[in-house]
Design a protein around this ligand. Structure first.
Ligand code: 5GP
Ligand code: ZN
Length: 136
């Protein structure tokens, strides 16, 4: 997708209105339009990167620092009981908007949301085979 057609570029630049909860020179943090829970927010870099693979290292580092800052704010202001960071890359992983973003999802006891996976039970040999594929 071309940057000019990217909705999150337009939102991050303030060309499309959003419920902004934080902004600086590099990022805008907005409320998700379809929140999983009260306070579900999205960290958007102002520079376009489709996903984590394309994100500049510097922006990645700053995004995680900002995630921590916003997590503390959500905890302190909304008194949530927990918080998930979610970051999807690729359609298979659930990415629907091709502009890198981090979800901040406050969690409340009994909120009924399901963000976790179903664990499998590989053997030690299977785990070792995977380790060899990935390790240096
Ligand atoms: P993804 O599935 O790509 O990780 O997440 C995209 C998120 O963006 C979804 O949670 C969706 O609700 C949210 N979203 C999509 N379009 C808009 C929009 O125009 N404004 C806002 N605030 N959120 C959006
Ligand atoms: Zn974009």
């Amino acid at each position: 997708m071309k940057k000019e057609d990217c909705i999150f570029c337009k939102i991050a630049a303030g060309e499309i209105p959003s419920k902004t909860i934080y902004e600086d020179g590099q990022f805008r943090v907005i409320l998700d339009l379809g929140p999983a829970t009260k306070g579900h927010a999205l960290i958007l870099p102002k520079g376009h990167a489709a996903n984590l693979y394309e994100l500049p290292d510097e922006t990645a580092a700053e995004a995680m620092k900002l995630a921590k800052k916003m997590a503390l704010r959500l905890r302190d202001r909304l008194h949530c009981d927990g918080l998930n960071l979610v970051q999807n890359n690729g359609e298979t992983a659930g990415q629907t908007v091709s502009h890198f973003h981090i979800h901040l999802i406050p969690r409340y006891e009994g909120d009924g949301q399901k963000i976790n996976w179903v664990p499998s039970q590989p053997s030690q040999d299977e785990l070792e085979a995977v380790r060899k594929e990935i390790a240096d």
